[in-house]
Design a protein around this ligand. Structure first.
Ligand code: DC
Length: 228
Protein backbone atom coordinates (compact mmCIF):
# COMPACT_ATOMS: atom_id res chain seq x y z
CA UNK A 1 0.00 0.00 0.00
CA UNK A 2 1.52 3.38 -1.00
CA UNK A 3 2.19 5.81 1.85
CA UNK A 4 0.03 8.49 0.27
CA UNK A 5 -3.25 8.34 -1.60
CA UNK A 6 -2.63 7.80 -5.32
CA UNK A 7 -5.39 8.33 -7.87
CA UNK A 8 -4.51 6.92 -11.30
CA UNK A 9 -6.62 8.07 -14.24
CA UNK A 10 -6.00 6.54 -17.65
CA UNK A 11 -7.80 6.52 -20.96
CA UNK A 12 -7.49 7.49 -24.61
CA UNK A 13 -7.05 10.99 -26.04
CA UNK A 14 -10.21 13.08 -25.87
CA UNK A 15 -11.92 11.09 -23.11
CA UNK A 16 -11.88 14.26 -20.99
CA UNK A 17 -9.16 13.03 -18.63
CA UNK A 18 -7.16 16.23 -18.23
CA UNK A 19 -10.05 18.52 -17.32
CA UNK A 20 -11.50 16.01 -14.90
CA UNK A 21 -8.21 14.89 -13.32
CA UNK A 22 -7.11 18.49 -12.79
CA UNK A 23 -10.42 19.38 -11.11
CA UNK A 24 -10.25 16.32 -8.85
CA UNK A 25 -6.71 17.25 -7.77
CA UNK A 26 -7.68 20.86 -7.15
CA UNK A 27 -10.69 19.93 -5.01
CA UNK A 28 -8.77 17.38 -2.95
CA UNK A 29 -5.66 19.56 -2.66
CA UNK A 30 -3.52 16.80 -4.21
CA UNK A 31 -0.61 17.27 -6.61
CA UNK A 32 -1.65 16.88 -10.24
CA UNK A 33 0.69 15.19 -12.72
CA UNK A 34 -0.22 15.29 -16.41
CA UNK A 35 2.11 12.63 -17.82
CA UNK A 36 1.10 13.43 -21.41
CA UNK A 37 2.57 16.90 -20.81
CA UNK A 38 5.85 15.23 -19.81
CA UNK A 39 5.99 13.29 -23.11
CA UNK A 40 5.15 16.54 -24.90
CA UNK A 41 8.10 18.22 -23.16
CA UNK A 42 10.45 15.53 -24.48
CA UNK A 43 8.97 15.95 -27.98
CA UNK A 44 9.47 19.73 -27.78
CA UNK A 45 13.04 19.36 -26.54
CA UNK A 46 13.76 16.95 -29.39
CA UNK A 47 12.47 19.41 -32.00
CA UNK A 48 14.35 22.33 -30.41
CA UNK A 49 17.61 20.46 -30.29
CA UNK A 50 17.37 19.42 -33.93
CA UNK A 51 17.17 15.70 -33.17
CA UNK A 52 14.77 13.48 -35.10
CA UNK A 53 12.90 10.25 -34.38
CA UNK A 54 15.79 8.38 -35.99
CA UNK A 55 18.01 9.42 -33.05
CA UNK A 56 16.11 7.32 -30.47
CA UNK A 57 19.14 6.81 -28.20
CA UNK A 58 19.94 10.53 -28.14
CA UNK A 59 16.29 11.40 -27.49
CA UNK A 60 16.34 8.96 -24.56
CA UNK A 61 19.44 10.66 -23.13
CA UNK A 62 17.78 14.03 -23.61
CA UNK A 63 14.74 12.79 -21.62
CA UNK A 64 17.07 11.76 -18.76
CA UNK A 65 18.49 15.27 -18.48
CA UNK A 66 15.32 17.35 -18.77
CA UNK A 67 13.97 19.23 -15.77
CA UNK A 68 10.19 19.13 -16.12
CA UNK A 69 8.27 21.01 -13.45
CA UNK A 70 4.59 21.61 -12.83
CA UNK A 71 3.43 24.86 -11.25
CA UNK A 72 0.51 25.04 -8.82
CA UNK A 73 -2.98 24.63 -10.27
CA UNK A 74 -4.74 27.95 -10.76
CA UNK A 75 -8.36 28.03 -11.91
CA UNK A 76 -8.00 24.69 -13.63
CA UNK A 77 -4.77 25.56 -15.43
CA UNK A 78 -1.35 24.16 -14.68
CA UNK A 79 1.85 25.84 -15.88
CA UNK A 80 4.56 23.50 -17.18
CA UNK A 81 8.22 24.45 -17.32
CA UNK A 82 11.08 22.77 -19.11
CA UNK A 83 14.61 23.49 -17.88
CA UNK A 84 13.29 26.58 -16.12
CA UNK A 85 11.43 28.01 -19.10
CA UNK A 86 7.63 28.07 -19.31
CA UNK A 87 6.35 25.80 -22.12
CA UNK A 88 2.65 25.50 -21.24
CA UNK A 89 1.53 26.65 -24.71
CA UNK A 90 4.60 25.46 -26.64
CA UNK A 91 3.87 21.78 -25.86
CA UNK A 92 0.37 22.02 -27.40
CA UNK A 93 1.36 23.03 -30.94
CA UNK A 94 0.64 20.89 -34.06
CA UNK A 95 4.43 20.34 -34.46
CA UNK A 96 4.66 18.70 -31.04
CA UNK A 97 1.40 16.83 -31.58
CA UNK A 98 2.79 15.35 -34.81
CA UNK A 99 5.76 13.66 -33.11
CA UNK A 100 4.70 13.01 -29.51
CA UNK A 101 3.18 9.56 -30.04
CA UNK A 102 6.34 8.05 -31.63
CA UNK A 103 8.50 9.89 -29.05
CA UNK A 104 6.43 8.26 -26.29
CA UNK A 105 7.06 4.85 -27.85
CA UNK A 106 10.87 5.11 -27.37
CA UNK A 107 11.68 2.73 -24.46
CA UNK A 108 14.49 4.93 -23.07
CA UNK A 109 12.13 7.92 -22.99
CA UNK A 110 9.52 5.90 -21.09
CA UNK A 111 12.14 4.64 -18.62
CA UNK A 112 13.38 8.18 -17.91
CA UNK A 113 9.91 9.59 -17.35
CA UNK A 114 8.77 6.56 -15.34
CA UNK A 115 11.36 7.34 -12.68
CA UNK A 116 10.22 10.95 -12.40
CA UNK A 117 6.54 9.94 -12.33
CA UNK A 118 7.08 7.36 -9.59
CA UNK A 119 8.98 9.95 -7.55
CA UNK A 120 5.91 12.23 -7.69
CA UNK A 121 3.82 9.32 -6.44
CA UNK A 122 6.09 8.97 -3.40
CA UNK A 123 6.16 12.65 -2.45
CA UNK A 124 2.53 13.07 -1.36
CA UNK A 125 -1.08 12.52 -2.38
CA UNK A 126 -1.34 12.69 -6.14
CA UNK A 127 -3.72 12.56 -9.08
CA UNK A 128 -1.76 11.23 -12.05
CA UNK A 129 -3.22 11.08 -15.51
CA UNK A 130 -2.00 9.27 -18.63
CA UNK A 131 -2.09 5.95 -20.45
CA UNK A 132 -0.14 3.51 -18.26
CA UNK A 133 -0.50 4.97 -14.76
CA UNK A 134 -2.65 2.25 -13.20
CA UNK A 135 -0.77 -0.61 -14.87
CA UNK A 136 2.89 0.51 -14.92
CA UNK A 137 3.62 3.77 -13.10
CA UNK A 138 1.52 3.44 -9.92
CA UNK A 139 0.34 -0.19 -9.94
CA UNK A 140 -0.51 -0.04 -6.21
CA UNK A 141 -2.69 3.08 -6.53
CA UNK A 142 -5.68 2.91 -4.19
CA UNK A 143 -7.98 4.56 -6.75
CA UNK A 144 -7.87 3.51 -10.42
CA UNK A 145 -10.20 5.00 -12.99
CA UNK A 146 -10.33 4.23 -16.70
CA UNK A 147 -12.09 7.07 -18.50
CA UNK A 148 -13.42 6.44 -21.96
CA UNK A 149 -15.82 7.90 -24.51
CA UNK A 150 -16.87 6.68 -27.94
CA UNK A 151 -14.58 7.79 -30.81
CA UNK A 152 -17.42 9.88 -32.24
CA UNK A 153 -17.94 11.70 -28.93
CA UNK A 154 -14.19 12.27 -28.48
CA UNK A 155 -13.93 13.61 -32.03
CA UNK A 156 -16.78 16.05 -31.38
CA UNK A 157 -15.02 17.32 -28.22
CA UNK A 158 -11.61 17.68 -29.87
CA UNK A 159 -13.08 19.35 -32.96
CA UNK A 160 -14.86 21.95 -30.82
CA UNK A 161 -11.47 22.95 -29.31
CA UNK A 162 -9.68 23.33 -32.67
CA UNK A 163 -9.43 26.62 -34.57
CA UNK A 164 -11.87 27.03 -37.50
CA UNK A 165 -10.67 25.42 -40.73
CA UNK A 166 -8.85 22.57 -38.96
CA UNK A 167 -10.70 19.86 -40.85
CA UNK A 168 -13.98 18.01 -40.37
CA UNK A 169 -15.18 16.03 -37.35
CA UNK A 170 -14.71 12.94 -39.53
CA UNK A 171 -11.02 13.78 -40.06
CA UNK A 172 -10.56 14.24 -36.32
CA UNK A 173 -12.27 10.91 -35.64
CA UNK A 174 -10.01 9.13 -38.13
CA UNK A 175 -6.92 10.66 -36.47
CA UNK A 176 -8.20 9.63 -33.03
CA UNK A 177 -8.76 6.03 -34.15
CA UNK A 178 -5.28 5.92 -35.66
CA UNK A 179 -3.65 7.29 -32.49
CA UNK A 180 -5.64 4.86 -30.29
CA UNK A 181 -4.37 1.95 -32.37
CA UNK A 182 -0.79 3.19 -32.03
CA UNK A 183 -1.05 3.87 -28.27
CA UNK A 184 -2.72 0.51 -27.48
CA UNK A 185 -0.82 -1.60 -30.01
CA UNK A 186 2.73 -0.80 -28.89
CA UNK A 187 4.66 -3.42 -26.96
CA UNK A 188 5.99 -1.06 -24.28
CA UNK A 189 3.34 0.21 -21.80
CA UNK A 190 0.30 0.05 -24.09
CA UNK A 191 -2.92 1.85 -23.20
CA UNK A 192 -5.05 -0.54 -21.16
CA UNK A 193 -7.13 -0.63 -18.01
CA UNK A 194 -6.09 -2.52 -14.89
CA UNK A 195 -8.52 -5.39 -14.19
CA UNK A 196 -9.56 -3.71 -10.92
CA UNK A 197 -10.09 -0.25 -12.47
CA UNK A 198 -13.48 1.42 -12.40
CA UNK A 199 -14.53 2.11 -15.99
CA UNK A 200 -16.36 5.35 -16.65
CA UNK A 201 -17.89 5.89 -20.09
CA UNK A 202 -18.38 9.63 -20.28
CA UNK A 203 -20.71 9.87 -23.31
CA UNK A 204 -23.71 11.89 -22.17
CA UNK A 205 -22.19 12.75 -18.77
CA UNK A 206 -21.32 16.30 -17.80
CA UNK A 207 -17.80 17.14 -16.63
CA UNK A 208 -19.24 17.78 -13.16
CA UNK A 209 -20.88 14.35 -13.06
CA UNK A 210 -17.59 12.64 -13.92
CA UNK A 211 -15.69 14.70 -11.30
CA UNK A 212 -18.27 13.81 -8.63
CA UNK A 213 -18.08 10.11 -9.47
CA UNK A 214 -14.27 10.11 -9.10
CA UNK A 215 -14.46 12.13 -5.86
CA UNK A 216 -16.88 9.48 -4.50
CA UNK A 217 -14.38 6.73 -5.39
CA UNK A 218 -11.53 8.73 -3.83
CA UNK A 219 -13.44 9.29 -0.58
CA UNK A 220 -14.33 5.60 -0.42
CA UNK A 221 -10.65 4.69 -0.83
CA UNK A 222 -9.64 7.07 1.97
CA UNK A 223 -12.37 5.61 4.26
CA UNK A 224 -11.17 2.10 3.40
CA UNK A 225 -7.77 2.94 4.80
CA UNK A 226 -5.84 4.50 1.93
CA UNK A 227 -3.73 6.97 3.90
CA UNK A 228 -3.16 10.52 2.61
O1 DC B 1 -2.56 12.96 -23.26
P1 DC B 1 -1.67 13.65 -24.31
O2 DC B 1 -2.36 13.83 -25.64
O3 DC B 1 -1.08 14.93 -23.81
O4 DC B 1 -0.48 12.62 -24.54
C1 DC B 1 0.56 12.88 -25.45
C2 DC B 1 1.14 11.60 -25.99
O5 DC B 1 1.87 10.91 -24.97
C3 DC B 1 0.13 10.60 -26.57
O6 DC B 1 0.60 10.15 -27.83
C4 DC B 1 0.15 9.43 -25.61
C5 DC B 1 1.46 9.56 -24.90
N1 DC B 1 1.37 9.18 -23.50
C6 DC B 1 1.88 7.95 -23.13
O7 DC B 1 2.34 7.21 -23.98
N2 DC B 1 1.87 7.56 -21.82
C7 DC B 1 1.34 8.38 -20.88
N3 DC B 1 1.33 7.98 -19.61
C8 DC B 1 0.81 9.64 -21.25
C9 DC B 1 0.84 10.01 -22.57
Amino acid sequence: MPRHHQIAIDGPAGAGKSTVARAVAERLGYTFVDTGAMYRCVALAMLRSGLTLDDAAAVGELAERLQIEFGPLQAGQQPVSLDGQEVTAAIRTPEVHAVVSPVSAIPAVRAALLRQQQAYGEQGPVVMEGRDIQTVVLPAAQTKVYLDASPAERARRRHAELPPGSGSVGDVEAAIRERDARDSGRANAPLRAAPEAVHLLTDGLSVEQVIERILDLARAAVRAGGSR
